[in-house]
Write a protein that binds this ligand. Structure first.
Ligand code: NAD
Length: 302
């Protein structure tokens, strides 16, 4: 029987706009309390086009909610020692609530060592082992932006997760692995039975077809087709890929890991690409920065 197109969109732009309104109100309160708006810095090493776009979007989002932002551009030739020095300077900068070092870094730089050098109190990307440890233990801390943005998106649309089978495809430290942990936590959204699939998973289609909630972060354009998805599933596509498209002014268009046109008709809910997970990642980063600023404010007030 042909599937009917009754799916609804998990609209990350609309959800992040709602979140940003709340963040802007709270940013104004932080400013009133301590005379300084929340302040986020971003470090960009080299001039990779996609990374530049992401960083610029983050800086623009800061301005829109009344944060201060600083963009620190370093040449691709920056050495590990110079980058660590920059990180240490930002750690020590009392005027700054949080900062990120945009990944991926040029090949000669060690991203793990750079992440480890970040003061966990300013780790608004949530990538430091202390942040990840707090997340695993369910303690207060900075959650990694993309997985926590997806949780917010599911919350915003009232997606029932309790007792559902969630399949996460991809086990990276910044998306897939923390996503699997957040979905299995005793919380709402959460309380899923989680399967974490990856590049060595046998018969991926058989696994993904079992998913009530399918979250795909494999970094493989069009990996998931209709035959891999259960009828009525909730599908979240984290993948972002630029493909050349001379018909567009930009010269490219964005594709996800999910073949939207064929998969959407089988879904109850699905994220678009763009306009799904991307805006939520940025909103989560703002939330973490607000949290960093609010924690400082609480310390000042108490
Ligand atoms: P990554 O390359 O670090 O990890 C990909 C994971 O997918 C790996 O764990 C690998 O085992 C798994 N994988 C690869 N091929 C597979 C296959 N054929 N079958 C099953 N599993 C497979 O990627 P990442 O950093 O987690 O990012 C994933 C995607 O999400 C990328 O397209 C990235 O650009 C995108 N991304 C988007 C946002 C956003 O804000 N929208 C944020 C972060 C990442």
């Amino acid at each position: 029987m042909p599937a009917t197109a009754t799916y609804q969109l998990l609209d990350g732009r609309a959800c992040s706009d709602a979140l940003k309104q709340r963040i802007a109100q709270e940013a104004a309160e932080v400013l009133a309390k301590r005379g300084r708006a929340p302040h986020l810095a971003a470090v960009l090493v080299g001039d990779d086009g996609a990374s530049r776009t992401y960083v610029e979007a983050k800086v623009k989002a800061c301005e829109a909610v009344g944060f201060r932002s600083s963009l620190i551009r370093l040449p691709a030739s920056t050495t590990q020692q110079e980058l660590i020095k920059q990180v240490q300077a930002l750690n020590a900068d009392a005027d700054l609530d949080g900062f990120i070092v945009q990944l991926p870094l040029p090949d000669h730089l060690d991203a793990d060592a750079v992440t480890l050098a970040i003061d966990p109190a300013k780790d608004v990307d949530g990538f430091h082992p202390v942040s990840l440890g707090n997340m695993v233990l369910g303690h207060d801390g900075f959650l990694p932006a993309t997985p926590s943005g997806i949780v917010e998106l599911l919350r915003h649309y009232g997606i029932a997760t309790n007792g559902k089978h969630c399949v996460v495809v991809g086990r990276s430290n910044i998306v897939g692995t923390p996503m699997s942990i957040l979905m299995s936590r005793n919380s709402d959204p959460g309380n899923c039975t989680v399967t974490l699939a990856h590049s060595r998973t046998r018969d991926l289609a058989a696994v993904t077809r079992e998913a009530d909630i399918l979250i795909v972060a494999a970094g493989k354009p069009g990996l998931i087709g209709a035959a891999m998805v259960k009828q009525g599933a909730v599908v979240v596509d984290v993948g972002i890929h630029r493909v050349d498209d001379p018909s567009r002014k930009s010269g490219f268009r964005l594709l996800g890991d999910v073949r939207f046109e064929e998969v959407a008709p089988k879904c109850a809910w699905i994220t678009p690409v763009p306009g799904g997970v991307g805006p939520m990642t940025i909103a989560s980063l703002l939330l973490n920065t607000l949290k960093a600023a609010s924690d400082v404010t609480r310390k000042l007030v108490n």
